[in-house]
Design a protein around this ligand. Structure first.
Ligand SMILES: Nc1ncnc2c1ncn2[C@@H]1O[C@H](COP(=O)(O)OP(=O)(O)OP(=O)(O)O)[C@@H](O)[C@H]1O
Ligand SMILES: O=C(O)C1=C[C@@H](O)[C@@H](O)[C@H](O)C1
Ligand SMILES: [Mg+2]
Length: 173
């Protein structure tokens, strides 16, 4: 099976769905944010404050290429799609699945959280702007799934059905 890249805005459910999907498919899951934190030995929030967003984006771009591209679920950072070369890499190397979620639902899901430096739950207009700016990038996916009012089980089942159709109807993904 080609790698599955789960994309979407902060709070869209990438980590939660990625874990369940990896269990269903019996392949490992790798989270790009956690991978960077382990390799650099710093929390994302500290990379942003100490080194700046551009340095984080460089790590994101470089490490994406080092990850396996078969038999794996990769849950990506919410901003991975802003770099064109990342979008191209993922589209060429795996199944890109965009977990869409309405922004107001995202505000309900994600409260103020210091681990997400770009998520501003106080000045919501900043977060809405970021969300709108990125939408066309997220939409460049192989499969777009609206998760807004769906349960975790429904989301995972929809992805499995789509994967099966991509593989010509067999279950070997
Ligand atoms: N479909 C859903 N229904 C209800 N709650 C959800 C759904 N998807 C995600 N959530 C909740 O929203 C929160 C954020 O989910 P999660 O951490 O999986 O998102 P994420 O896309 O990985 O976010 P980030 O980009 O910030 O890492 C969690 O508390 C999760 O339980
Ligand atoms: O949406 C974003 O730009 C980000 C999302 C997180 O997953 C982290 O990758 C980081 O906080 C940046
Ligand atoms: Mg996550």
């Amino acid at each position: 099976m080609k790698a599955i890249y789960l994309t979407g805005f902060m709070g869209a459910g990438k980590t939660t769905i990625g874990k369940r999907l990896s269990e269903a498919l019996q392949v490992p899951v790798i989270d790009t944010d956690l991978y960077i934190e382990e390799k650099i030995g710093k929390k994302i929030a500290d990379i942003f404050t100490e080194d700046g967003e551009q340095v984080f984006r460089k790590y994101e771009r470089e490490y994406l290429r080092l990850l396996p591209n078969r038999d794996v679920v990769i849950t990506t950072g919410g901003g991975i799609v802003i770099q064109e070369e990342n979008r191209r890499w993922m589209m060429n190397n795996g199944h890109v699945i965009f977990l869409y979620c309405d922004i107001e639902t995202i505000f309900d899901r994600v409260k103020t959280d210091p681990t997400r430096p770009l998520f501003d739950a106080v000045h919501k207009e900043n977060t809405r702007r970021l969300y709108n700016q990125r939408m066309s990038f997220y939409n460049e996916a192989h499969f777009i799934l609206d998760t807004t009012s769906k349960s975790f089980d429904d989301i995972v089942n929809s992805i499995l059905l789509w994967l099966r159709s991509e593989q010509g109807g067999n279950n070997n993904y």
